[in-house]
Design a protein around this ligand. Structure first.
Ligand code: GDP
Ligand code: MG
Length: 620
């Protein structure tokens, strides 16, 4: 909303402009007034809308045309004053004042105009008959009012309307010609409805209406008021109320009614609460509450509260309760977005079910990935979903945890982080994509069905490290670029992957290791992929095993995704465990007990985690 309002009064001499201002200020009619009142500022706390308001007078006797033009362009709203008993002053409204105002203002951002008929105490009959056709002719006329500086009739109303015309403009909401709300307004209110419909059954029941009322107006509706609202809707349209709740049709009807009755500030309050600006776009401050500076060494994660919210959004849209989002369910979920945020590659980044639909787990993983890679985008998405409103948080930013610098984690030998990044290096054709896809439970046969264009360079899922659920983010680094960026190098663990059936494959791993990771603190793990194929001797000075020994790495881990069922997950648990405990010496790492512990934890808790989710679902 605007920070202040500037009201300008214009009109023919002697219609009573100066008197109107003086009457407002002193609450009595002044017998004698100067040509022109000084500019006055009404402090915020005594105006109905609580914004400082400047009132500016005009006098032909004291001001030049240039001064008038400049005042017109500075004004936020202009009152054209005429005297109801002076026909000439009414004629001048259309043949002088409106054209003059239009000349001095932008075509695209016309200032609202209010027609003010003063001296109503002297009128024998109302001027409205003459004024209404003018109102219909000019869309920029917000409203008209008859008043009297002498009897003080409608004086405070006049200035209230002027203020309202600036703060709660009708223009973006409503088309007077069609007598209906504009498409952008309907779109915005539809999003508001969908977010408020927590049960996603297309009806706002009493609880949801009360929640809505509390978020927008800080007060619940009395039971009787709730009934009254529904009755008004019932009386006026067919399918506005259903199962004693408000449908979208009813909700939109109600707002049309507010606007038509001049109560559009109600609609504006709702829209602003849900993040809209005066152009009915979501406000930058709402979508991007602050520019997060992420210091080097820190990462961004969602906190518990944000996961709870995202879980509720999932449940709301998983209508058949199969713990996966069908294409229709996903489309419905993103209905409150201005564009589709997830492309087909997301299905190859996270876990899906047999039908290829994103599972509950995959859905949370994708959110985790977005938060990790592009936190601003994550805030934007949470904004579309109405996170801060539904979770009653100050802003979307309340969803984010910035982790402490990794250097401190290393010093203290422990970490609170729950997302670990593993960059996967390997020559072309060495099996990197297969390695990423296998983490999502896909064997070679299932991978064969994937369209190459929809392939992803990321794969993210959870794995258990000593019983704690952690996210492991695998990133395939494309070998075509000889120079690696900082992002390619910054990770918690490095995978050097070679094709054990191709004698030329290991050399690339050795080269990458020597050029980038030999002196870094990042742990590295060598993976011998395609272990189902006959092994070839690697044409390199050292065998992979010798190379690992020499550089104090664990021995090469053999891996295959050419399996009948889902590929084995042990390797990912190992990666996450090392990523989480980089301080562990290589000796501990190669010890059998270490892996045993990690492995046991993984299966026990994986089963437990699934069972727990089941129980939670049933309870609801
Ligand atoms: P301005 O030139 O538009 O600023 O008009 P003024 O405020 O100077 O008023 C012109 C004359 O109209 C003065 O004699 C006022 O006393 C008188 N006047 C202003 N408002 C009213 C009103 O509401 N009723 C009546 N009867 N006279 C008014
Ligand atoms: Mg005057």
């Amino acid at each position: 909303m605007r920070k202040d309002v500037r009201i300008l009064l214009v009109g023919e001499p002697k219609v009573g402009k100066t008197s109107l201002i003086m009457s407002l200020v002193s609450e009595e009619f002044p017998d004698a007034v100067p040509y022109r009142a000084e500019e006055i500022t009404i402090p915020a706390d005594v105006t109905p809308e609580r914004v400082p308001t400047h009132i500016v007078d005009y006098s032909e006797a004291e001001q030049t045309d240039e001064q008038l033009s400049s005042e017109i362009s500075k004004a936020n709203v202009i009152c054209i004053v005429y005297a109801v008993n002076n026909k000439k002053s009414i004629e001048k409204v259309t043949n002088h004042w409106i054209p003059l105002i239009n000349e001095n203002t932008d075509k695209d951002s016309r200032v609202p105009i209010i027609l003010v008929g003063n001296k109503s105490d002297l009128a024998e009959h109302s001027s409205m008959e003459t004024i209404l056709p003018i109102m219909n002719q000019y869309a920029e006329i917000e409203t008209c009012v008859e008043c009297s500086a002498k009897t003080l009739k409608n004086i405070s109303e006049l200035f209230y309307y002027a203020q309202k015309a600036v703060l709660h403009p009708t223009g973006p909401l409503y088309s007077p010609d069609d007598k209906e709300m504009k498409p952008a307004c309907i779109r915005a209110l539809t999003r508001v409805f969908k977010i408020s419909d927590l049960g996603n059954d297309g009806i706002l029941d009493d609880n949801e209406l009360n929640f809505f009322q509390r978020t927008c107006f800080n007060a619940p509706l009395e039971a009787q008021a709730l009934e009254d609202v529904k009755n008004v809707v019932r009386k006026n349209i067919m399918d506005g109320v259903c199962e004693n709740g408000l449908t979208l049709t009813g909700f939109l009807f109600l707002h049309t009614l507010f606007i038509q009755r001049g109560r559009h500030e109600t609609t504006w309050t709702v829209l602003r609460r849900f993040g809209y600006d005066d152009d009915l776009e979501l406000h930058q401050d709402y979508l991007y509450p602050f520019t997060l500076k992420i210091p080097p060494g820190c990462t961004t994660e969602l906190n518990h509260n944000a996961y709870l919210f995202l879980q509720s959004v999932f449940d709301k849209h998983d209508k058949d309760r199969d713990c996966a989002l069908s294409p229709e369910e996903l489309k419905d979920l993103f209905d409150v977005f201005p564009y589709l945020p997830w492309g087909p590659d997301v299905n190859n980044t996270v876990c899906t079910n047999d039908q290829g639909w994103i599972t509950y787990q995959g859905y949370l993983s994708q959110w985790t990935l977005t938060t990790y890679l592009d936190v601003q985008r994550c805030l934007e998405y949470l904004g579309y979903l109405g996170y801060s409103i539904v979770s009653e948080q100050e802003s979307q930013a309340a969803a984010i945890t910035v982790t402490r610098d990794k250097k401190i984690d290393l010093q203290k030998k422990q970490t609170q982080r729950s997302v670990f990044r593993c960059n996967v290096f390997g020559d072309q054709g060495s099996g990197k994509t297969g390695f990423l896809q296998a983490f999502l439970g896909r064997n070679l046969t299932r991978q064969a069905g994937v369209n190459d264009e929809h392939m992803s360079y990321y794969a993210i899922s959870t794995t258990y490290v000593y019983g704690q659920e952690k996210y492991l983010l695998l990133h395939e680094v494309v070998p075509e670029f000889d120079v690696l960026s900082d992002a390619d190098l910054a990770c918690d663990i490095v995978c050097l992957l070679y094709d054990s059936s191709n004698p030329h494959s290991f050399e690339y791993c050795a080269r990458i290791f020597k050029s980038y990771f030999m002196d870094s603190k990042t742990p590295c793990m060598v993976i011998a992929a395609k272990s189902d194929l006959p092994e070839s001797r690697q044409l390199y000075v050292l065998s992979p095993l010798e190379f690992c020994r020499k550089h104090k790495m664990p021995p090469p881990q053999s891996f295959t995704c050419d399996t009948a069922d889902a590929p084995c997950r042990d390797i990912y648990t190992k990666l996450a465990t090392v990523a989480m405990h980089p301080h562990m010496t290589q000796a501990t790492l190669s010890g059998a007990t270490f892996w045993l512990k990690a492995g046991v934890g993984a299966t026990v808790f994986a089963v437990l985690g699934f069972a727990m989710y089941r129980v939670l679902l049933k309870q609801r």
